[in-house]
Design a protein around this ligand. Structure first.
Ligand SMILES: [Zn+2]
Length: 899
């Protein structure tokens, strides 16, 4: 699965610019919540179904009409009785059960039914079932879900549609089943639908027959699948064929949207080919549909052969798509396609290995996406995401990647850390083992466990067998424990280096110590030439003799930024690296350097004014994505040090920092430029206009925004969204109404997303109030709840206060609108640097009526972030304010780059 839009962003910026950047790092915690520790081992054990009687095949027959609110159907499950028993346990949540028939050897056995928590259904037979085969048949009726989980109904342009989203525990809401990943069985699915409707599922249609206005669509029996990967879709769907693959493949859209599917269609084949080559195995399923869903909480979901996506990600019109949207399209398709092998063909035995699915799919997806489309520079874009997750991992309440025994819901809530930390750790170990050995191990694991379940131990065993290395011991430190190491590198008088590891923590934070096995890659210069050297740091400290007996004038302790650790060198070496950043470090290292610098600021090892000076020094970077890391640094500085009152001096500083970048790359598209410039420019425009308050940039944004509204074909699609936001800042009610109208009449999901984000960008307090009212009263889909409040909160302290108040006043409305995991993320609205807001939130969420599972854990994480930010502002705020008000900050006494 790909995470979607929560209060904050679990990982990347998606459909809009980075107004929310201020909040992003902290809000990352919000949508990806974590384990509630009070749920003990017993509760978890009780969530597992008995294995005395297990399914071997399930037939599902549903009679569904997307233009009504209820459906009915039956399931027939072939059972294997492994141990004689009177009890059969399975899941059925919310359905009204009409007939339950348990049969063995042709004779019905009378049973009673009892319903428990989380959809548990217990059947008790009059007499014990004996060894061997049995059959269970259940007839039922049910209402469709309307919150985009389970089997849900939505309408668009007055037409009804049915879609499914089952991971983790929601197949049981659609029909009775054994809703756990270890019950991996073939499915025989049949849908009865009104004759005019299209229907699809995981496998191709085997037979269709019609009778009195209804058609019966029988799908081919599937290979073994867990229930969470079953998918259905019904409605007036449109199809676009995917060219270039050896199996039937289509993009599937709602009515009228097929015209936007061509780019997605041509994206698929090269990615499939690259994956088949890597895995040395053909695509495992009979067909492939990629469905674009208007109402969907996530980015994508890897249902076998029927992958679902948020339509804004998939339906990117080739004539108006920005490079960012095309990069994202590639990455999200590559991620979900990777799951067809990793997760679908081989499935975790239990939810506590969900992380492995996601870490692997994200790592693999990026690798393949980069192979096929190197112009998007995915590894550099992801280096920034890894910096963000490292910041989050510094907070003691962040969970480990793997939580032993975690339930489906717990794993779903904590899986956020698996994407970027998991991916970074896999990449680090791939390098340690060697790319070829790693690949052979992966492929052996996939061959050994095809169509079955496996655990991380199975994968470690396969990787260990090919590499001859002790993989579990090396992995455990990163997978089973939270937090990350700090490697302190100190040159000793005899020319050796002393490496010391400790747990990386922000200033003043206390937490248990940890020990890791860290593959450290050092680059160092003896003043004449540059050397690279690798060591594994296993003990708290180690002394390293430099190869060739040289003495280092500087050391860069994380080659390629590949190691999942923070590092520290003496201040003169740090400055030496910054001074020669573009010659001493690769682009990936410069991004990692700035992330590390920001962490050292949090840890109290670098001062705020020094941080701002180094940002200024590194801003004129010839690599657009490294320059973008400087902008991330400015956003961090803005969040940490700039209350509304300091906005003007900070703006002058921002203009100084960004001027060389603007000169180098330009604020408007240039003929013949590298594609990745278009990944930087929208952020440059936004930062210079918003944080820098630069009149020329704002005037340019006004012009582009007017173009977007009147003659969009002329506007640069990369800049459209951010120009609309900048144009809104000083906009009046007239403009607000134009945006609202444009949002409501948007003809593409991308346009709709742009105007939605921009509706939150108005500075006028009355318009902000109106925008917030619109969130709940306007024609917004439930999954469009977050962009407006996020944009308002990110604009100013005043906006953040307003949004927190709105959330508290609207809580009951939000409760009826949002799935529970998103409700649990609402404390994210108290994040930032203001302890008053977090106190307000504490009082509000202390009310039991304002809690769902996960709320308090989330609140704790947000509070840690706010405390750290407030602590940083307390330590460094005065010095930064003095710096910002001095001529030095605007470059009058600037120490410009000395290369
Ligand atoms: Zn995934």
């Amino acid at each position: 699965m790909e995470p979607g839009h929560g209060v904050g962003y679990p990982r990347r910026e998606l459909l809009h610019g980075d107004f929310m950047h201020r909040l992003k790092a902290s809000l990352a915690a919000a949508a990806t919540l974590t384990l509630v520790m009070t749920v003990g081992g017993e509760g978890r054990a009780a969530e597992r179904l008995s294995t005395d009687v297990v399914p071997v095949l399930e037939e599902v027959h549903l009679r569904v009409d997307p233009d009504s609110s209820r459906y009915d159907g039956w399931v027939r499950v072939t059972l294997d009785v492994a141990r004689p028993t009177r009890q059969v346990t399975l899941h059925a949540e919310g359905q009204k059960l009409a007939h339950v028939t348990l049969t063995q050897q042709g004779r019905a056995i009378p049973t009673t039914t009892e319903r428990g928590d989380l959809g548990l259904l217990t059947l008790t037979a009059d007499r014990a079932l004996s060894h061997g085969s049995a059959t269970l048949e259940i007839q039922f009726t049910n209402a469709y879900d309307t919150h985009a989980v389970g089997l849900y109904r939505m309408t668009k342009d007055g037409l009804g549609y049915l879609f499914t989203q089952f991971e983790a525990n929601d197949a049981r809401k659609a029909f009775p089943c054994w809703d756990q990943p270890s019950f991996k069985i073939p499915w025989r699915i049949t849908l009865e639908v009104p004759e005019r409707q299209q229907a699809l599922s995981n496998n191709p249609i085997a037979r269709t027959s019609s009778r009195s206005g209804w058609k019966t669509v029988e799908f081919e029996e599937t290979r073994p699948l867990p229930s969470y990967l079953v998918a259905l879709a019904v409605g007036p769907l449109e199809f676009v064929d995917v060219p270039g693959v050896k199996f039937p493949a289509r993009i599937v859209t709602t009515k009228g949207q097929a015209r936007l599917a061509r780019l997605a269609a041509t994206t698929v084949a090269p990615l499939v080919t690259a994956l088949e080559r890597y895995f040395d195995m053909p695509y495992p399923y009979r067909k492939l549909d990629l469905l674009a869903l208007p109402e969907f909480w996530y980015g994508g979901m890897e249902n076998a052969g029927a992958i679902t996506f948020a339509e804004g990600l998939l339906l990117v019109d080739s004539t108006t798509a920005s490079v960012e949207q095309r990069r994202r399209l590639n990455q999200v398709i590559a991620h979900e396609l990777s799951h067809m092998w990793f997760g679908d063909l081989v499935t975790m035995a239990w939810w506590d290995d969900l992380w492995l699915n996601e870490s692997f799919a994200d790592w693999m997806g990026d690798k393949i996406s980069d192979q096929v489309n190197p112009q998007f520079k995915v590894p550099l874009a992801e280096m920034q995401s890894i910096q963000n997750i490292m910041n989050r991992d510094a907070h003691p309440s962040t969970d480990a990647i793997r939580i032993r025994g975690a339930t489906g819901n717990e794993s779903m809530r904590s899986v956020g850390v698996a994407y970027n930390k998991g991916k970074a750790v896999l990449a680090m170990f791939e390098h340690w083992m060697g790319e070829d050995a790693f690949r052979r191990g992966i492929n052996q694991y996939l061959r050994d466990h095809s169509w079955k379940n496996a655990t991380h131990d199975d994968l470690w065993a396969a990787l260990g067998a090919v590499s001859g290395k002790d993989v579990p011991a090396a992995m455990a430190g990163y997978i089973e424990q939270n937090g990350l190491p700090l490697v302190d590198v100190q040159p000793l008088p005899d020319g050796t280096l002393r490496l010391t590891q400790s747990r990386f923590l922000n200033d003043g934070v206390k937490a248990d110590p940890r020990l890791w096995r860290i593959p450290v890659a050092l680059r160092w210069s003896d003043g004449k030439s540059v050397h690279t050297q690798s060591v594994v740091l296993e003990k708290p400290t180690a002394t390293v003799a430099l190869e060739g007996g040289g003495r280092a004038v500087w050391v860069m302790p994380n080659v390629d930024g590949r190691g999942y650790y923070r590092w520290k060198v003496p201040p003169d070496m740090l400055l030496a690296l910054a001074h020669q950043s573009t010659t001493a470090m690769s682009p990936a290292e410069r991004i990692a350097f700035l992330g590390n610098l920001s962490a050292l600021l949090d840890a109290g090892a670098v001062h705020g004014d020094a941080y701002l000076e180094i940002l200024a020094e590194m801003s004129d970077d010839p690599e657009p994505l490294a320059a973008a890391a400087v902008i991330s640094g400015l956003s961090k500085a803005n969040e940490s040090f700039v209350p509304d009152a300091l906005g003007d001096p900070f703006a002058a500083y921002v203009r100084r920092v960004l001027q060389p970048m603007a000169d180098r790359y330009g604020l408007e598209r240039r003929a013949g430029e590298e594609e990745s410039v278009a990944l930087l420019r929208p952020r440059l425009l936004l930062s210079l206009g918003d944080l820098g308050r630069d009149p020329k940039t704002l005037a340019l944004a006004d012009r582009i925004a007017e173009q977007v509204m009147t003659d969009p074909s002329k506007a640069d699609p990369a800049l459209a969204g951010n120009a609309l936001q900048l144009h809104a800042i000083h906009g009046d009610r007239g403009l607000f109404d134009r945006y609202r109208q444009a949002f409501e009449s948007a003809r593409t999901p991308v346009d709709r997303g742009r105007y939605l984000n921009a509706l939150g960008a108005f500075d006028d307090a009355a318009l902000q109030q109106e925008a917030l009212r619109y969130v709940l009263q306007g024609p917004l889909r439930p999954n469009e709840t977050f962009p407006i409040p996020r944009t308002i909160a990110a604009r100013s302290d005043r906006g953040a206060d307003l949004v927190l108040r709105w959330m508290m006043e609207s809580y009951d409305r939000l409760k009826t609108r949002l799935p529970v995991e998103f409700l649990a993320g609402l404390p994210g609205y108290a994040s930032g640097c203001d302890t008053t807001r977090i106190e307000t939130a504490r009082r509000f969420f202390a009310e039991p009526a304002h809690q769902v599972q996960g709320t308090m854990k989330d609140l704790e994480q947000v509070a840690e972030q706010v405390d750290d930010c407030a602590g940083l502002r307390g330590r460094e705020g005065a010095a930064v304010a003095t710096y910002l008000k001095s001529p030095a900050s605007t470059g009058s006494r600037a120490s410009r780059k000395s290369q």
